[in-house]
Structures are given as structure tokens and as C-alpha cells.
Design a protein. Sequence first.
Length: 142
Amino acid sequence: MDSDKNVGGRDRLIRAVLAAVLTIVSLRWLRSGKRKRGLLAGIGALGLGFNASTGYCGFNDTFDIDTTASEDDDVFAPDMDDESAADESTDVSVDFTSADDTEAANGHASGELTCAVCEDPIVPGERRGPNDDGAIVHETCE
């Protein structure tokens, strides 16, 4: 077996995805009693998984096929083109609520849940439910 890598880039990514899909198919077939199909799919998943993880394929080696044409095409290789981007980290915070959302959810700006009838806070563990209008109320306020 030649130790040179001959599978790279998108080819490795496709083989990894196919290995995951064949693993799922194999398990489903084995559970449903289709043993031959399950074993064949399992063997295929192992082969494609081996190709994707090691970057080597015996079929490609036999027929002198090399899909590692350039380092730019390797999807699993770390991207080192922009060194400044590799050093920076960005924290992103997204707030999906608006003032209308908090009013509709029977809560205050602090996120505290309140009863739509008596406007008292509803504490965790307290019994509550929707009233006829769909607003959250204490069980005693219904």
C-alpha cells in the first residue's frame, strides 16, 4: 500500500458525507432484518470513511488518479491565507426580541413572566396556563 495521499479536497468531503449516510442506511437495514444489504452498506461506509480520514484510496492508486491537485482545494486543511483573520476572534450577540415581543409574552423588559389578569410575576414552579384569549395567567386568575 502506497502511503502517499491521493484523495483530497472536495473528494474527501464527499466521501465523508457518503460514509455517514451509508452508516445510517446500514443500521436501518440491519435493524429491519435485511442483513446482506446492511453488511454491504456497512462495508461501504467503512471504506469511504477510511478514504476520507486517511486521504488514501487503493482504487485511485491502482488507476493513478490523484485528486490532491492543490492545497487550496483541500477542505479539511486549515485556512492560513489570511493570518490576521486567524488571530482575531469575533463574539456575536443577537437579540431576537423586540418591545412588542415582550409585551405579547406577558413579560417585562427583564424577561420576567407576569400574569395577564393581575400582572403579578409568575414564579417558576407556580401553576399557570393560557386563558380564553391565549394569554398566560395564574391558575387562580382563570
